[in-house]
Structure formats: structure tokens, C-alpha cells
Design a protein around this ligand. Structure first.
Ligand code: PHE
Length: 344
């Protein structure tokens, strides 16, 4: 048995010296030292020996096991170091290489213009309505009916308004004015809100018109609100947005949901009022529609027009951005040309 043990030991020692990797060592350990390994097979037979032999062979077996464990461990450490170094070499990061260039995003000019206009009105005491009160997919009820727009009004025509297949009365809103109705149906005066958002119209697309664009709706309803308040708020807005130097004018106009109504022009920024292609030779550019809320609209939402009055306005955000940054084509906002967008 002693010879057997020594034979196994020398085989194992030879295997260890030939081992070339950690996985080789694992195999060797399994072959000799595991529960089913060659040493255990021998140890099982110890019980058949005399006490004296048991002691001698047992001791020898233990010594051999310890020696093998030790050299396995040494080899293991050696291989571990080699393999680790190999891995570190392979995964080495060259920190002297220049990094990848990640271009920085920018706020879209329509978004930043909207934010700027919103914060001006916030500074004048207006708050922004919740998005639930300003849906882009809207019913005729909010987009037209409650705004005193008659059933046969040309704006309802499929030429202008996009009708959906959801239902015959569901449209993509053609104006943000429906938000006025949402707010007044849910809230009683005093009301002082603005509502920015996207609107859709079936237009032929050109430098001045796109089939969707953005508006900001405003509504102020309280006791004793007059046209003077309307002018005061809008003039203050224009002063804050364009700076005091830009001339403006109020022209009388018509909207079904306001009476009286006005359109507001600012002096053309391209030609400084001399008249050019952008302003069709007039020297003025329209930026918003406004007026005193029509008593019919107030009645419709259950607000007594004998007690309350108010004004409303709606302005085109693209138009305001184009004027401020001297942009002469509305399509530039939407065709994703980074050379254009990067300038803002
Ligand atoms: N909704 C009108 C438009 O789109 C603008 C407007 C809003 C006019 C509020 C008066 C009052 O042209």
C-alpha cells in the first residue's frame, strides 16, 4: 500500500509539473484529491489494516495529501498571476486616446420661444393651464361650437380643418381657443390663464405657412375687465418680448368668439417698416388675434356676462420666433437641419 501511495504521489506530482493552466490544476485535484479521487479510494481500505499499519499508512497518506495541496496551491497562484496579467494586458485602456465626441443637444427654438413667452405672461400673473384642458385631438364642441363658430363657418371646412376617422366630430384642433372653453367650464372667475400648444390646419405649405404650427392662447375673465386691460397686457407683453423700440398697432378685426376683436401687428423686422416681400409691402406683420370674450361664449359656459367680462388672445409662436430671429421661412423649424437648429 505504501508503494501504491508513493506511485500515486509521483504521478500526481508529475501531472502538476506538466499542468499549464488553472483548469488543468482543477482536473488534477479532481483526479487525486476529490471524494472520488485516487487517495480516497486507498483511504477506504485503511480499515482492513492492523492498527500499526493504519497509523503509518494513514500518516503517510495525510503527508502526501498536504504536499499535493501545497504544490497545487503554489501552481494555482502562479497561473493566477499569469492569467491575470494576460487579462490586464488585453483589457488595457489607453487613456491617452482622445475621447469620442458626443454632440450636445439644444433646445428647439420653438420650445425656447414658447418658454420665453410663457414666463413673460407668468410675470404678468397668468398661469399655464393643465395639458388635460388643452388636447390636440379635440371635438368640434370645443374647437368650434362653444366658441360661437356657426355650423356653416368656412373654417370648419375640410379645406382648413383636419377631421379624424375617430368620429365625425373629432378634429385636430385648428386653434388653441378650445382651451378657453375647457377652463371656463371647470373654473369660475377670476380666471387668468395661458395655454401653449400645437395646432393643425390643412394649408398649402410654403415659406409662411405650415400644416401645423404653435399658438399661445390667453384668457382673462373677471369683473370690470375692459379693452384697456387687453391693450395694456398685450402692449406690456410686446415690450418685454421685442424690447421697447418696436412699433406696434392694433387693427380692428373679427373673430366669432370675441367682440370687439383686434389684430395686432408689429413693424416688419426685415425692412424696418419700409415694405418688403416678408410683409407683402405693408411694413407690418401680424402676430396675434385678440378681443373681448363674446357674451355668447360666457353664457355658454354658465358665466353671467352682466357680471363678468374678459379678454382673450391667441398668438402664433413661429411668427414671434421668426420676427425675433429674422427667420424668413417657417419650414426651417421643422425640417431638422442641424445647421439651422444649432444657431439657437
Ligand atoms: N384663435 C384665433 C386664431 O387662431 C386667435 C384668437 C384667439 C383671436 C383668441 C381672438 C381671441 O386665429
Amino acid at each position: 500500500m505504501k508503494e501504491q501511495l508513493e506511485k500515486i504521489y509521483s504521478n500526481a506530482a508529475a501531472d502538476i509539473s506538466k499542468a499549464a493552466s488553472i483548469s488543468d490544476l482543477d482536473q488534477i485535484r479532481a483526479k487525486y484529491l476529490s471524494r472520488k479521487g485516487e487517495f480516497n479510494e486507498i483511504k477506504k481500505n485503511l480499515k482492513n489494516l492492523s492498527d500499526e499499519d493504519k497509523r503509518v499508512i494513514g500518516t503517510l497518506a495525510n503527508e502526501i495529501t498536504v504536499k499535493l495541496e501545497t504544490s497545487l496551491k503554489e501552481k494555482h497562484e502562479e497561473f493566477y498571476k499569469i492569467e491575470l496579467n494576460k487579462k490586464l494586458q488585453q483589457e488595457r485602456i489607453d487613456i491617452t486616446l482622445p475621447g469620442k465626441f458626443i454632440p450636445r443637444g439644444k433646445i428647439h427654438p420653438i420650445t425656447s420661444t414658447t418658454n420665453e413667452i410663457v414666463s413673460i405672461f407668468q410675470s404678468l400673473g397668468f398661469s399655464v393651464v393643465e395639458s388635460a384642458q388643452s388636447p390636440e385631438v379635440e371635438t368640434e364642441y370645443f374647437n368650434f361650437d362653444m366658441l360661437n363658430i356657426p355650423k356653416d363657418h368656412p373654417a370648419r371646412d375640410v379645406q382648413d380643418t383636419f377631421y379624424t376617422k375617430l368620429a365625425s366630430n373629432v378634429v385636430l384642433r385648428s386653434q388653441t381657443s378650445g382651451a378657453q372653453i375647457h377652463v371656463m367650464e371647470e373654473q369660475k372667475p377670476p380666471i387668468r390663464v395661458i395655454s401653449p400648444g400645437r395646432v393643425y390646419r390643412n394649408e398649402n405649405i410654403n415659406a409662411r405657412k405650415n400644416n401645423f404650427f404653435h399658438q399661445i392662447e390667453g384668457l382673462y375673465v373677471d369683473k370690470n375687465i375692459t379693452f384697456g386691460d387687453l391693450k395694456g397686457v398685450l402692449n406690456e407683453f410686446i415690450r418685454l418680448y421685442f424690447g421697447s423700440s418696436r412699433p406696434t398697432r392694433f387693427r380692428s378685426s373679427f373673430f366669432p368668439f370675441t367682440e370687439p376683436s383686434a389684430e395686432v401687428d408689429v413693424q416688419c423686422i426685415m425692412c424696418q417698416g419700409k415694405g418688403c416681400r416678408t410683409c407683402s409691402g405693408t411694413g407690418w406683420l401680424e402676430i396675434l388675434g385678440a378681443g373681448m370674450v363674446d357674451p355668447n361664449v360666457l353664457k355658454g359656459v354658465g358665466i353671467d356676462p352682466e357680471v363678468y367680462s374678459g379678454f382673450a388672445f391667441g398668438m402664433g409662436i413661429e411668427r414671434l420666433a421668426m420676427l425675433k430671429y429674422a427667420i424668413d421661412d417657417i419650414r426651417l423649424f421643422f425640417n431638422d437641419d442641424l445647421r439651422f437648429l444649432k444657431q439657437f
